[in-house]
Design a protein around this ligand. Structure first.
Ligand code: GTP
Ligand code: MG
Length: 711
């Protein structure tokens, strides 16, 4: 056995670069992990760690949110700069891999040259070489190496090409770090002289090289915004002196005919322009104009919105029609399992608990897995092709009219999958109030956990058939529920903006439209697999536990054997029945009975638990009948006294409306607490969403009953 080498704690590598340049793709390829990759800026908003080994040396890799410059503007930018500067004294970087988009060199090299000034070993990962090729951009890689005196590795991260070389290069550089030859931005002597004294103030509290000190001093001098940030951090007693010194430096610069404002930017672009002129040649192609023409249509004021609507309607249609077969298979599978267990385990409480509690509860949720996967599949395709970025761009105007910017679009669209990552994505919003409003309305976007509830109720109560023979009534109802969520979000945003959070005008939204990509199906499927894992383990934990607890509460206390009452009256005597009956008066005006009441209570843990709750109740109740599917049980459930059908399509609509609007998700509440750093906002959220849900359901049911619709 070879002696395992001692792993130094310092082998930390950071992946840094502009947004959407492929950092996470590189990270996944290096570490074998599966962090989210998508074709729009601002996908990664947290630092993520992983590791890889070369010759039994292990390297820790940090994937960071993208940023345009070392001047942080939003929360996700700050996370990156904190690591780069080691502000928290926790991660000392041995090497920075700057991931550069070869098809957008000018903008990408800006951050790259800032990183060079830090005097940390740097590798340039020249990614998206395939895209650059298609655009006719030829890069002299040897020339780059010589110009900057650092390793430059051409990459196609999405195809994992160039990865081995990147690994070896990182390993070599970290084992043998020599930055004495590494280039940095040339600052003319006369400017350095003008800055001179001020550097002493900047130096306070930091230990860094002369070069990076000069560069950072220049950055502070060049921008009042950076200056303010810096002043906020320095010792109070030094502020006056520092400001005088700064004023002197600026005055000296003016005297030598250098305007200080934007001076850093000017110097950098001078250098970058020269480098590009020498080493990069672009042959003209008309490829660009095709995607321009597509963009004209997809982001058209009216046409674009229409296409957006059609795309989503088609997705819902597909969710219903394509999922039928796999759903039927899963349903058969759970039924079969239930029968097997019934044969294997002798009749009694244990058998009941496993069959009516665990299998019925978990099975009722698993059935919806295909639909959820289709939803994720389509969202991921839309994200990966670059269409989502177009949607954000197109909706900018719409968002402005409700006082938000296009920046809120991606967080809101992500919330269609799940509000938790959606709320995290709001970190890219610079203006705190905009961010807060976005967080507060994200849970209105119908997430995948609502899908089982919608699909169950639509399946049981919405008539078959289609509108004009194109879109089924089922898909239309689903679309209506999603639309209701969006409308509610808009109204609430307006109210928040008007009355609660008075706001400054939001900063203008500049989004670069990423190049269209063919979606990377390999990643899509890997991400779906991850989804399945999460879903199944969640079902395994929360839903299994809840189902067993509910089975117990619905089965006990057992009524007398000699009791002649039927099983549905027995269940009303159970703990669950008593709780349901207790809250029934409050929800009766919404059209709900005690069974739905119990489901509403449990669904505050997680929405889909509603479905497993109903499944368990019906299984306990119908234990001695041949139990049909949950859908059938709901449809055919009759009042034990009057013998009338218990639920109508109107009940179903009212219940769906409640689920669109109510805040029934612990995970969302927890993430809002974390992202806003106080209990005030999550509590506000629970209160106003639940209130709104109650009110809307009440109106739906009462007006519907009055007009005689769906009763
Ligand atoms: N054609 C091509 N596409 C790539 C390449 N590398 C990454 N991509 C695609 O580029 C998009 C962005 O990739 P990500 O890895 O999410 O980029 P990122 O830098 O982590 O983005 P942020 O987290 O938003 O800063 C995805 O659609 C990738 O599939 C490449 O070398 N060639
Ligand atoms: Mg990323």
């Amino acid at each position: 056995m070879p002696v395992t080498s001692v792993i130094p704690k310092t082998n930390n590598i950071a992946l840094v670069g502009n947004p959407n340049t492929g950092k996470t793709s590189v990270f996944n390829a290096l570490t074998g992990l599966r962090q989210k990759v998508a074709n729009y800026p601002g996908v990664t908003v947290e630092k993520k760690t992983g590791s890889f080994s070369v010759n039994s040396t292990t390297f820790t890799v940090y994937d960071l949110p993208g940023l345009y410059s070392l001047i942080p503007k939003s929360l996700d930018d700050k996370i990156s700069t904190e690591i780069i500067y080691n502000h928290n004294n926790d991660v000392e970087l041995s090497c920075i891999v700057v991931v550069v988009d070869a098809a957008n060199l000018s903008r990408n090299l800006y951050l790259f040259t800032q990183i060079l000034d830090l005097q940390i070993p740097v590798v340039m990962a020249l990614n998206m070489i395939d895209v650059a090729d298609k655009k006719g951009i030829k890069i002299d890689i040897e020339g780059f190496k010589k110009e900057f005196n650092i390793p430059v590795i051409p990459l196609i991260a999405s195809k994992r090409s160039g990865l081995a070389e990147l690994k070896n290069t990182i390993s070599d550089l970290v084992t043998n770090p020599d930055i004495s030859q590494q280039k940095y931005m040339p600052i003319p002597d006369e400017i350095t002289k003008c800055i001179g004294d001020f550097r002493n103030f900047v130096k306070n509290g930091f230990c860094e090289s002369e070069v990076s000190l000069t560069a950072r001093s220049l950055r502070i001098i060049s921008s009042d915004h950076v200056l303010q940030d810096w002043i906020d951090k320095i010792d109070n007693t030094k502020i006056d002196e520092a400001q005088q010194s700064l004023a002197k430096a600026r005055k000296r610069l003016l005297e030598s005919n250098q305007h200080w404002s934007m001076l850093e930017t000017k110097l950098r672009y001078q250098w970058i322009d020269e480098v590009l002129k020498t080493y990069v040649h672009t042959s003209k192609t008309d490829k660009q104009s095709l995607s321009d023409r597509i963009d004209k249509i997809l982001t058209h004021k009216v046409g674009g919105l229409f296409i957006f609507f059609i795309v989503f309607a088609m997705i819902f249609q597909a969710i219903f029609s394509w999922a039928e077969l796999p759903m039927a298979l899963i349903e058969d599978g759970t039924n079969w399992l239930g029968q097997m267990v019934t044969q294997l385990i002798p009749a009694g409480a244990l058998q009941d608990m496993i069959v009516d509690g665990a299998i019925a509860g978990v099975g009722s949720i698993l059935v919806f897995l295909p639909q959820i996967l289709f939803l994720f599949f389509f969202l991921s395709i839309l994200e990966d092709t670059g269409y989502m970025a177009r949607v954000a761009f197109m909706l900018d105007r719409v968002m402005n009219s409700i006082g938000l910017s296009g920046r809120s679009v991606i967080p809101l669209l992500s919330s269609f999958a799940c509000a938790v990552p959606g709320i995290m994505a709001s970190r890219t919003i610079q203006n705190w109030r905009d961010r807060l409003v976005t967080i507060m309305i994200s849970p209105f976007m119908s997430c995948s956990a609502r899908l089982p509830v919608y699909v169950l109720l639509i399946g049981a109560f919405i008539p078959q058939g289609s509108f004009l023979g194109i879109v089924s009534y089922s898909a239309l109802t689903l679309l209506a529920m999603y639309t209701l969520g969006i409308v509610a979000a808009i109204l609430v945003a307006l109210v928040f903006k008007k009355f609660i959070v008075r706001t400054m005008p939001s900063s203008s939204f500049v989004l670069e439209l990423p190049a269209y990509h063919r979606p990377n199906l390999r990643y899509t499927f890997l991400q779906l697999l991850e989804r399945v894992k999460i879903f199944v383990t969640d079902a395994g934990k929360i839903i299994l536990a809840m189902s067993i607890v509910l089975w117990f509460m619905a089965s006990y206390p057992k009524s007398d054997e000699s009791d002649t009452s039927n099983s549905s009256q027995k269940i009303e005597q159970s703990y669950a029945g008593k709780i349901g009956k207790f809250i029934e008066p409050a929800i009766k005006p919404l059209g709900f009975d005690w069974k739905i009441g119990v489901g509403l209570l449990t669904s505050f843990a997680a929405r889909e638990v509603m479905v497993s709750t109903l499944a368990t109740i019906y299984n306990v109740e119908g234990a001695d009948e041949t139990s049909g599917s949950l859908k059938e049980s709901l449809k055919n459930d009759r009042d034990p006294v009057t013998g009338e059908l218990l639920y109508s399509p109107l009940t179903a609509i009212s219940l769906m409306v409640f689920f669109v609007l109510a805040c029934q998700c612990m995970a969302t509440v927890a993430i809002v607490k974390r992202e806003t750093n106080s209990w005030r906002w999550p509590i506000t959220m629970i209160a106003y969403m639940t209130g709104l849900a109650y009110l809307a359901s009440l109106l739906t049911f009462q007006i519907g009953s009055y007009l005689g619709i769906g009763v």
